[in-house]
Structure formats: C-alpha cells, structure tokens
Design a protein around this ligand. Structure first.
Ligand SMILES: *Cc1c(COP(=O)(O)O)cnc(C)c1O
Length: 454
C-alpha cells in the first residue's frame, strides 16, 4: 500500500485500537472487576495457544484476545475481597494517568531528558519526606519496588560506611529483626553482606536496648546499617523507631527504615505517633503501589543526604558524562539501575488531582475497617486474635483448624471467586491474615468472609 491510502488505513487502525484500549481501560476502572482466578499452563494452551505469528493478529483482535482469554486468569489485586499479601488498589486518576505515562516515551532517568517529569516526581517524593519529617535536603527516586529500594539504600549505606571507616575496617553487617522483610536478607545476599538478627522484644519489635546488645556482641564498627520496619508485612508491626534511632546515632550507623507497606500510615493522624523517631532515618522507603493507591510498580526511596547515595550509585561512562557532570537532579543516580520509566508520575498525578486530604481520609478509612475486623475476630468464639493490630493487618486463628483446613477454605473461596485470602504462617503455625489497604473493602466484606469460617 502506498501514499494516502496507507496513511488513511493507518489512521483508522489507530483509531480502532485506541477505541479498544481506551474502552477496556475505562471499563476496568469504572465497573467493579470480578476477582478472576488462575489457570494451568495446559488450560491456557487450550484456551489461548500460540499468539506470536509471522503475520500478526492485528491490534483489535489481539486486544480482544487479552481481554477475553488472558485477563480473566489474572487476579484483580484491587478486588475488595483480595486481602492476601499486600493488595494494590490504585486510584482512578493514577490508573488513567499510567496510560499517559506509557504513551509519552519519557526517559525518567535524567533531568536533561525528563525535566518536567522529574520535577513532578520530586514533589511527590517531597510530600513523603515531609510526612516522615526528613530535612529539606532529603531526596531520592522512585524504584520498581521495595526490594530494589531497600537494596539501593543498603548499597548507599555500605558505601558511606566504608568511606568513613577507620583504616582496615570494612563494615559488612546489617542488623534487623526476624520480622524484617525477606528483601533485606535478599539484599544482603546480593551484596555478600551478613544479616544479623536482633531478638525482638515482647511486643515483637526491634528496640534500642536489644539492638545495642547485638552491636556490642559483634562489634559496632562491623555494621554498616540497621534496618527498622514500620509495618512488618506479616503483622503490620512498627519497630520502636525512637530508641533504635538513638542507638544508631550513638554508634554512627546508618539508620534505614523500611516502610514499604506501613509507611503510608504516616499520613494518618490516628497512628502517626507510632512512627516517632522516623525523622532521624538516613534512608526510608514506602511503596505507593501498596497503601498509597498507585499502580505497580512504584517505591519511593528517600535519603537524608542524597549526595551520599549519589556517590554510591552514579554510573560513570564516556557516553554518560553529559548527564553525570550536570548539576541537575538525575533520578538514576540514586538507585540500582540506569534506564527508568517515570514510574512516580501516576502517584504524583493522583496526589495532584485528589489532594492530600483525600489520602489521609482513605488511609484512615482502611484503618477503621481493619479495626472492625479485629473486633469481629474478638467477638466470634471460633476465632482468636494472634496479636493486637498496629496498622491495617489482622492475623488470627480459627480454633480447631489444621493447616489443610486453612488451605481448603482459601482454595474454595478463590475457586468461587468470592475472596482471595491465603493463609500465612508464624513460628510454624498456620494462620489467617487480612491486609486491608483497599478503601473499597467494606465491613460487609469482612463479615462475609468471617462467616465462611464458622
Ligand atoms: C512488600 C515489602 C517489601 C518489598 O517490596 P516490593 O515492592 O514487593 O519489592 C519490603 N519491605 C516490606 C516491609 C514490605 O512489606
């Protein structure tokens, strides 16, 4: 095909594709989605088959294939009865703007290429830094998730510790509790660093006195970071940040706070006191894709002194000199990775659209629903709370159930596309767990699920 005819066809094809994509996206946001359920590879072979062909299927047909055959086998993490792991329930504004980011071919790694995007992302980071009480110089970057955020912070911490250590001392240890997220141990593996567990106190928290004992036992100069968690993944426990911060300051050890899930609670006045001491952190992460209503994948990583992180992370090469020698803010200098999507923009857009008061209200609402779930568990004789709730995770046991009972119950709810609540384990015991971060999750949802356990 040639000339004008080709142009016209191209235009019609694009229009049809845009229509298919936009109406799918709009419907997905507007209409409450089904929970859906996974399928085996053999089932998908039968249902979908080979999709990569020499001729291609064309846009509209391939979009239909995705919508009809692939998407229904992917769980809706934003379903109000998806309470496993940590759900992801993005705001309408954030989801719609994610399409715009995808359409815009923005390189989010440097100011030179993405000035306006980086400027906006930095305002969203500033909001988070202010919630944590970090100083005006604080800054950072949006990474794909808490795992890369934690790794990047620890790389910066070790770089800094080794730069300032006495001759012959190469700090290589990280202290945290067993309740710290698996990504901390994983980061230590990647870095060939040693994870040293600190015994938790009777409330299962990391505390200054216990930390001090472990540091003294191993030699404080051998540690390059202490990781405290504000909102453990399994229970939502907030470590005693103030006493941990004090010990870190005393020994001059980098204080990293992992708030991937629970950091969002900083925006909720009803629980803000639990975070006292966070303002002393050297680095901090929170995942907007968890409890701050942004789509995957998005982690806000902040440093008290970004120059330290920059020294650790900047990649140097002749072809990058034009970027690395510039005085402007290049997000890529603050984490592992070079090329980056401006993944903070959907979060920024939603903050700008809705205003921060709406965030406060939405987080408080999820806390209210979690509080209601806790009360319902206490009220029902066949259930027992495992530990009082700090945030929006509720862990409880069904008296008399074996691990197989929990699994059968969970599998049945998923097969019926009624709810997705996988069991967890703690000290070898299988337990039920709700993580409430979706403002659409209602008290009625909680009652409906608990009724299935009677
Ligand atoms: C989820 C989580 C992480 C890991 O974050 P990803 O975004 O899944 O990589 C780290 N720490 C805590 C406390 C978490 O809850």
């Amino acid at each position: 095909m040639h000339g004008k005819v080709y142009e016209e066809n191209k235009h019609t094809e694009l229009a049809a594709l845009a229509d298919a994509v936009m109406s799918y996206a709009e419907n997905r946001v507007r209409v409450a989605p089904p929970l859906d359920q996974p399928m085996s590879e053999a089932e998908l072979d039968a249902r979908v088959g080979q999709t990569i062909t020499a001729e291609g299927f064309g846009g509209v047909a391939t979009m239909r294939l995705f919508a009809d055959r692939l998407a229904p086998t992917c769980l809706s993490t934003d379903h109000p009865r998806y309470l496993s792991f940590i759900p992801c329930a993005p705001s309408d504004a954030a989801v719609m703007f994610d399409l715009v980011v995808g359409a815009s071919s923005i390189y989010g790694g440097s100011w030179l290429e993405g000035a306006g995007a980086v400027y906006a992302e930095n305002q969203a980071l500033r909001w988070v830094a202010d919630l944590a009480g970090m100083p005006p110089e604080a800054g950072g970057v949006f990474t794909p998730g808490g795992t890369i955020g934690n790794l990047s912070a620890l790389v910066a911490a070790r770089h800094t510790a080794r730069r300032t250590a006495a001759v012959g001392v190469r700090p290589n240890r990280v202290a945290a509790t067993a309740g710290a997220h698996s990504s901390i141990v994983s980061a230590c593996d990647v870095m060939d660093a040693e994870f040293v567990g600190v015994p938790a106190d009777e409330q299962w928290r990391l505390t200054g006195p216990n930390l001090r004992a472990v540091l003294e036992e191993h030699g404080p100069e051998t540690f390059f970071a202490v990781v405290a968690t504000c909102g453990t993944t399994n229970f939502g426990i907030i470590d005693d940040l103030a006493s941990v911060a004090e010990v870190c300051r005393e020994y001059g050890i980098w204080f990293h706070v992992d708030g991937a899930y629970g950091g969002a609670g900083l925006a909720a006045p009803s629980v803000r006191d639990l975070y006292t001491g966070i303002e002393h952190c050297d680095s901090f992460i929170v995942d907007p894709h968890k409890w701050l209503f942004a789509p995957f994948d998005c982690c806000a990583l902040l440093y008290r002194e970004p120059a330290e992180a920059r020294a650790a992370h900047t990649q140097k090469a002749g072809y990058l000199d034009v970027l690395t020698e510039a005085p402007e803010w290049n997000p890529t200098d603050y984490s592992v990775g070079l090329t980056r999507r401006a993944r903070g923009l959907p979060f920024w857009f939603s903050l700008a659209v809705n205003g921060t008061d709406a965030y406060e209200a939405a987080i408080e609402h999820t806390l209210d629903v979690a509080r209601f779930a806790e009360e319902e568990v206490r009220r029902r004789p066949y259930l027992e709370l495992v530990r009082g709730r700090d945030l929006s995770v509720v862990v409880f046991r069904r008296l008399g159930w074996s691990p197989a009972d929990y699994t059968a119950w969970s599998d049945r709810m998923l097969a019926e596309e009624f709810a997705f609540v996988v069991p967890t384990t703690h000290e070898g015991e299988t337990l039920a767990r709700f993580a409430v971060v979706n403002p659409e999750t209602s008290e009625a949802d909680i009652i409906a699920i608990l009724d299935t356990m009677a």
